[in-house]
Ligand binder design. Structure first.
Ligand code: MN
Length: 752
């Protein structure tokens, strides 16, 4: 036989194999309940086949067998239709041949071209040399996914086939692909409800990453196989008869845990293979009767089974009343077999089984733009879109927070109105607030979980009823990042702090400029450097931030560091006292006009600190009964009448006392401390805060809480306009059941 003839034979036999595989694809498609669009699928196949002609995979197979296999997974294992099948057949054409997306669009229309384009964009995989590049790839993946979910479904099918044929790859590549699969594709498959695919992806990754451990578990599983089968027969037979008596059409399957799941259980629980008790599970898939709800029938079967075997009281999982976020529905119960072993039994209807196998994605409505569907999957995709809209500058952070959400299993909690919300496990009250609304998250003060007050960091549990308490005065705090777990909350908080940081820097700059101006200087390089070295700070950014946070005494230090020229003195003093009559600027204290003792000093906001000053000992605020004392510098110092200092002054310097009268208009606020005493019950502080911030919209500057022997004492430093405000505030705090007393408090170190 000549060389040429051998080639021809090889090509013929390849063509036979290719045709056989394509026919199998068409067969799978015909068996699905999709509209029959054989023509366009055949056209896509012919086009791809011609484009990849003569190219072989590493295994030696014709290349086209790979797209055909991917298309088969797409229809048979994921349940997608002709558009996805065509896209799967064409998925490597643009990447590997000279054809362009435009060519695909011309021949197959816009939709298929868009999907192929998306697949081409993410064809490089996620893992890369640099972390930043990796994150960029990851973002690209999410972006294409949020544009059309079919892109990622086909990508998962592509990855599944590559994993199934990974054996022919060189080890370095195997490792990379397996790692990537474990890292991102398996969790994605899980999140999309593709449970069997997720299990297979994990198991194959495990096989290539830990070949020896895998082989060991595989061997042990094979060894136990006959014993397991015997147990299954014996365990399931009474269940079978009972279900038949009930008149059900059903399917009973033994579910064997995958090597990977067994290994995971062994390593997380630190147990041996023999100690993994739930290798075998039983699955009942039944056709429900028409005159009763699916839910009721699942519970009837549950009741029938627990009539035969004793149920584990803590291992009932009702995914029917509350399906998982990925759409999973089933009733799980763990019962004790005759030999004392616990066995899990999963109860599902046929419909639930299909969702469990193919995911909600199979029922996905392929709409772009406006979406009226409000499934959990929709909501999840919406969060992804939101995240992508506010990209974090640090791509790695973005990836980490996103992955957090991908891996987490869900809990469900209730709003006060009884609405169910899904959250990742470990989510806190603050995460919940952010989930409801970002604005609510930023203004969150605390929460009531099952009617009890809890801090923001409280970790929620399934079934909790959660009510969020907020205040318009609240703002995100730096430590919040320590206890939020959801990507949404994290990214919103980071965005807030970045903005806050920018504001702080601007504020610091303004303060510094004003301060330097007073000594006749500007914030030039010399001045900045001088300050940096004085405070031992390296970054100007940090300097500004610390100035804004009032952590640096620049008011004191700047005049020392930059002594101002002498001639400025008088002018500056003049500026500082704008309300003093102009001719008094040069006068000394002794020649200042004496306050008229017979006249009442009017205390209004616009002459504070010029006509009078408020005493620091008793800290009067508008509305207090006060008197004035003319000090040595001829300034009226306003004291409360009951102030001990004022009493002393009155007896010793009676002639210097003047009457005062408030005439304020709620322009300025004053710091006031209120002391609250009460029973130390969980959440009482939050209640007090709620009254202060929420009911009164009063700003709080500080608080100190001490709890001792069941009694708590809390001091809250608040900003109020006058005594009326503080009085109603105190009255309302006193209305709280746990509070016994509320008083205005004067710190003892201020008492002179
Ligand atoms: Mn491929």
């Amino acid at each position: 036989m000549s060389e040429e003839r051998k080639d021809t034979l090889a090509i013929i036999s390849d063509d036979v194999i290719i045709q056989r595989e394509f026919d199998a694809l068409l067969e799978d498609y015909k068996n699905s309940n999709h509209r029959q669009k054989i023509e366009i699928i055949t056209k896509a196949f012919n086009f791809a086949n011609a484009a990849h002609k003569g190219i072989k995979r590493r295994s030696g197979e014709p290349y086209i067998l790979h797209p055909i296999a991917v298309a088969r997974i797409v229809v048979k294992e994921i349940g997608l239709g002709s558009t996805s099948i065509c896209s799967a057949l064409l998925h490597d054409v643009v990447e590997d041949t000279d054809y362009t997306v435009e060519d695909i669009e011309r021949l197959f229309g816009k939709k298929i071209a868009q999907i192929v384009d998306g697949l081409t964009k993410i064809s490089g995989g996620v893992f890369a040399e640099q972390a930043s590049l990796q994150a960029e790839n990851f973002r690209k993946l999410l972006l294409t996914m949020s544009e059309d979910i079919r892109v990622i479904l086909i990508k998962i099918a592509d990855r599944l086939h590559n994993m199934r044929t990974l054996g022919s790859m060189p080890p370095a590549k195997q490792y990379k692909i397996a790692g990537e699969t474990q890292y991102i594709y398996a969790p994605l498959a899980h999140r999309l409800g593709l449970f069997p695919i997720k299990t297979e992806l994990e198991n194959l990754s495990f096989k290539y990453e830990h070949p020896e451990t895998y082989a060991d578990i595989e061997r042990k599983l094979a060894k136990d196989k006959s014993a397991r089968l015997a147990f299954y027969e014996q365990f399931s037979s009474p269940i079978k008869s009972r279900l038949r008596e009930m008149g059900y059409d059903f399917d009973l399957k033994a579910r064997i845990k995958s090597e990977y799941s067994i290994w995971k259980k062994m390593s997380t629980r630190q147990i041996s293979f023999e100690e993994v008790y739930d290798i075998l599970a039983l699955r009942i898939v039944f056709t429900p009767k028409e005159d009763m709800s699916e839910k009721d029938q699942c519970w009837m079967i549950y009741s029938a089974i627990t009539g035969i075997y004793r149920p584990h009281p803590e291992r009932i999982r009702d995914w029917i009343s509350t399906p998982k976020a990925n759409g999973y529905e089933a009733l799980h119960v763990t019962v004790m077999g005759n030999d004392g072993r616990w066995v899990e039994v999963q109860i599902r209807t046929q419909r639930m089984d299909e969702i469990a196998e193919k995911g909600l994605a199979a029922h996905w409505k392929y709409k772009t733009g406006e979406q009226d569907d409000d499934s959990e999957l929709d909501k999840w995709l919406k969060t992804i879109k939101d995240l992508l809209k506010n990209p974090e500058p640090d791509a790695i952070d973005f990836m980490d927070t996103f992955k957090l959400n991908l891996f987490a299993s869900e809990i469900f909690v209730f709003t006060p109105k009884g609405e169910i919300k899904m959250l990742p496990q470990g989510a806190t009250a603050l995460d919940f607030a952010f989930m409801l609304h970002s604005e609510l998250g930023c203004k969150c003060l605390g929460a009531k979980v099952n009617h009890k007050l809890v801090p923001l960091s409280h970790v929620l549990e399934s079934g909790d009823q959660v009510e969020i308490l907020s205040s318009p005065r609240q703002n995100p705090q730096a430590d919040w990042l320590d206890f939020v777990t959801t990507a949404k909350a994290k990214s919103r908080l980071r965005a807030y702090f970045r903005k806050e940081e920018r504001n702080q820097i601007t504020e610091g700059e303004t303060i510094l400029n004003a301060c330097l101006e007073k000594v006749g200087r500007r914030a030039n390089a010399y001045e900045i450097n001088r300050l940096l070295s004085h405070y031992q700070i390296t970054q100007p950014k940090e300097l500004y931030q610390k100035i804004a946070a009032k952590k640096l005494p620049i008011e004191v230090d700047i005049p020392k560091l930059f002594p101002k020229p002498k001639q400025d003195n008088i002018f500056m003093r003049y500026l500082k006292k704008p309300f003093v009559q102009s001719d008094s600027a040069n006068q000394t204290a002794e020649t200042l006009p004496k306050p008229d003792k017979k006249r009442t000093v009017i205390l209004s906001e616009n002459n504070i600190n010029t006509n009078y000053r408020l005493a620091t000992c008793c800290q009067p605020i508008p509305g207090d009964d006060t008197l004035g004392y003319i000090d040595d510098a001829n300034v009226v110092i306003v004291h409360k009448r009951e102030c001990p200092t004022a009493l002393k002054l009155k007896t010793s310097f009676g002639e210097r006392i003047v009457a005062t009268q408030w005439n304020t208009h709620k322009i300025l606020t004053f710091k006031e401390t209120i002391e609250v005493k009460g029973i130390d019950k969980l959440g009482v502080v939050i209640e007090v805060l709620h009254v202060i911030s929420e009911q009164h919209s009063t700003n709080i500057s500080e608080m100190h809480i001490v709890a001792d022997a069941g009694i708590f004492t809390g001091r809250f430093v608040v900003y109020v306009h006058d005594t009326d405000e503080i009085k109603t505030l105190c009255d309302n705090i006193l209305k709280l059941k746990e509070v016994n007393s509320v008083i205005r408090y004067i710190a003892s170190d201020n008492k002179k």
